[in-house]
Design a protein around this ligand. Structure first.
Ligand code: KG4
Ligand code: ZN
Length: 339
């Protein structure tokens, strides 16, 4: 670290289909956050095509990083360190950002660190004005993961339970596909659900062990599929299907998060990840939190989905520590969740 002024960390994220870069000052002030979505590329295939994602990252990475530095109003020489997503994610996609970050920090002569993508999502709540106190519990709901964490510090969290099959976002995307809706489905389903009656079609809630923190969404997904197959006129009440599905998923997510808060005795709770943008989830958890006097923390909508601000904010806590770990040129990426 070579500056006396607040540390400026450049974050880079390429774990899936967003090429993102951001500059964060002092661990929580966003100077810039650029996200280049590849949705248009993958839309035609109804899902992310890994090789296309890698190629698109290669095309975009220099542009996105330059834009983040320019929008932050700084020069490259003012960057104190680089934080980059190391995993989990698509290996070919991760390698683009990871190799770029190694080369850039080597060229600039600044330290760098590989950051866990999920730890990044957990830290996304610290980019808001009102910050949670440790320890807190967080529901991480994204396209690739669904889990509840007991978060002890910026760099340490214990997973209390996770999904046994699909992730919540994946279930939203698959149900959208069944209903012939646009890709990616989460946001389309939630928009449609606003016009539907959530009581009309009752889909099953997969509580599993009601006291536990494991999730399963495959039964709910199958129930929606069966409903579609057995109701020839299903197109006429598609909004009710969306609302019924969404409510079934949100009920279970909310119950387990609140139960985790009660079990661990924390006062602060959080929802993070792409599905944390869901209005019904935010409203239902907010209502439960209010009735129990818990402090709810949710990231701004643009920080729920994948972004590099959360990666920079996480990397800061490693890089600001003179004795903290540093990335090495021999470091590699990983595809699967570490804990
Ligand atoms: O965190 P994220 O951007 O990427 C992963 O790390 O997976 O999450 C993307 C997921 C997708 O499955 C998308 O459909 C879902 O988040 N999503 C939503 C909403 N907005 C995005 N799901 C439900 N309601 C939304 N409003
Ligand atoms: Zn993510």
């Amino acid at each position: 670290m070579h500056s006396e002024s607040p540390l400026k960390i450049l974050g880079i994220e390429t774990s899936c289909d967003e090429t993102a870069a951001a500059v964060i000052e002092d661990g929580s002030t966003i100077l810039s956050s650029v996200v280049a979505s590849q949705v248009e590329v993958h839309k035609a295939y109804g899902g992310v095509v890994p090789e296309l994602a890698s190629r698109k990252h290669i095309e975009n990475i220099c542009i996105v990083v330059d834009q983040a530095i320019a929008e932050a109003g700084i020069s490259r020489q003012e960057i104190d360190g680089v934080a980059v997503t190391r995993g989990p994610g698509l290996v070919g996609a991760l390698l683009v950002g990871f190799s770029f970050a190694k080369a850039l920090s080597y060229g600039l002569g600044v330290p760098w660190i590989g950051v866990d993508h999920l730890e990044g999502h957990l830290n996304s709540v610290f980019l808001s004005q009102k910050k949670p106190s440790f320890p807190f519990v967080a529901l991480l709901v994204s396209g690739g993961h669904t889990a509840i964490y007991h978060v002890l510090s910026h760099t340490s969290a214990r997973c209390l339970g996770q999904t046994r099959d699909d992730a919540a976002g994946e279930a939203f995307d698959k149900v959208a596909k069944m209903l012939d809706l646009d890709y990616p489905g989460g946001v389309v389903i939630s928009r449609l659900a606003e016009q539907g009656n959530p009581e009309k079609i009752k889909f099953p809630r997969a509580w599993l062990d009601k006291d536990g923190f494991a999730f399963s969404f495959s039964g709910l997904k199958t129930a929606v599929k069966r409903y579609i197959e057995t109701h020839a006129d299903y197109r006429e009440h598609i909004a009710d299907i969306a609302a019924g599905f969404e409510t079934a998923a949100v009920d279970v997510l909310t119950h387990k998060l609140i139960h985790a808060a009660e079990t661990t005795g924390v006062r602060d709770i959080a929802i993070v990840g792409g599905v944390a943008a869901n209005k019904r989830l935010r409203a239902t958890v907010a209502e439960a939190a209010r009735s129990l006097n818990l402090n709810l923390h949710v990231p701004a909508i643009e920080l729920c989905g994948d972004n590099a601000a959360m990666i920079a904010a996480t990397g800061y806590h490693y890089l600001a520590d003179p004795d903290g770990p540093r990335g090495k040129l021999s470091d590699d990426v990983y595809s699967r969740m570490l804990r």
